[in-house]
Design a protein around this ligand. Structure first.
Ligand SMILES: NC(=O)c1ccc[n+]([C@@H]2O[C@H](COP(=O)([O-])OP(=O)(O)OC[C@H]3O[C@@H](n4cnc5c(N)ncnc54)[C@H](OP(=O)(O)O)[C@@H]3O)[C@@H](O)[C@H]2O)c1
Length: 287
């Protein structure tokens, strides 16, 4: 990223309340006219965090709360974002959770890791389609190198017939995100948005600690990789970045038939959400 990179107008960042996201928010404040940060915590719990952010620049900073374990909250989140802005230049889907020790279902009856890490960001992206298209914007999915070893059966997204482990659930959810970034660029009609998925690095955070008994690099390093993916003047065209450079993703993510089956089943798992809940978005198909 160089100082010549454009300064986007409106940036939306999920999972900004801790870890890599919190460090990304700090780096973005001076780079955006309007920064909309999300977290699952009640607004009263993030007062000090927002105060520190506002001290760093002159951007408008807004906080929006939603727990991704509930998909209706994700739809409401898109509505609140639409009330704050008529364009989204960059949407950074950073919020994520480790797989719980045993398979758990959300209130929407989805495997919890899949819902929080894959269905929720895909739904949010879908519901913000009009605002992203208005800005010829970019979607950044914060994925993980664990996706490289995953195998994901689109007909069994909720792991009813797949042996569950926390790391398997997590890696599958991230493979979904990597494939979705490529799908967005290849399938969504014009005006196109750019999309990219990025492995931020092995970074010392609560999430890493919950899943792996390894040390990690400081959050600043992961944040730099995410910000580069978000603000680079390069069009990423759906690519997968391993930290700061393009890398080969899991081959499934490059397979149009896999992506098509994945999106069909993804739509099925979100079809219980009313079309009336579509906030300001008309989706990718203009419907
Ligand atoms: N750390 C690594 O080595 C590593 C490697 C590869 C990929 N990643 C990815 O990087 C992203 C950031 O992770 P991190 O390591 O910074 O973890 P983290 O410190 O645990 O931060 C995760 C963020 O997501 C939020 N979040 C968690 N569950 C949520 C839910 N149900 N609904 C809405 N938001 C929720 C958290 O909120 P709270 O502040 O309330 O906890 C926090 O803001 C994730 O997508 C993760 O998968 C991390």
């Amino acid at each position: 990223m160089s100082s010549a990179d454009p300064v986007p107008t409106t940036l939306v960042l999920t999972g900004a309340t801790s870890g890599i996201g919190e460090a990304v928010a700090r780096l973005l404040v001076p780079r955006a006219a309007r920064l909309i940060v999300h977290g699952p915590r009640h607004p009263t719990e993030v007062d000090r965090f927002l105060g520190r952010l506002r001290d760093l620049g002159r951007s408008e900073v807004h906080y929006v709360q939603a727990d991704f374990d509930d998909l209706t909250a994700v739809v409401a989140l898109a509505g609140r974002i639409a009330a704050l802005t008529d364009r989204v230049d960059v949407l950074i889907n950073n919020a994520g959770r480790p797989g719980p020790p045993t398979r758990q279902l959300s209130d929407d009856s989805n495997e919890l890791t899949l819902q929080t890490n894959y269905l929720a960001p895909v739904l949010l992206t879908d519901r913000l389609a009009v605002l992203l298209r208005a800005a010829h914007g970019r979607v950044v999915h914060v994925a993980s190198a664990t996706h490289l070893s995953a195998s994901l059966d689109p007909d069994d997204l909720n792991m009813e017939h797949t042996a569950y482990s926390p790391t398997v659930a997590y890696a599958r959810s991230k493979l979904g995100l990597v494939a979705h970034a490529q799908w967005l660029v290849d399938q969504a009609p014009s005006p196109r948005v750019d999309a990219v998925s990025v492995h931020p690095g092995v970074i010392r955070t609560a999430l890493l600690h919950a899943m792996f008994d390894i040390g990690g690099a400081p959050v600043a390093q992961g944040a730099r990789n995410v910000v580069q993916a978000a603000l680079s003047a390069n069009a990423w065209d759906g690519r997968y970045l391993a930290e700061d450079r393009p890398a080969q993703p899991n081959p499934a993510a490059l397979d149009p038939e896999f992506r098509s089956r994945l999106m069909t089943q993804t739509s099925r798992l979100t079809s219980h959400l009313s079309a009336n809940d579509r906030s300001s978005s008309a989706g990718w198909d203009g419907s």
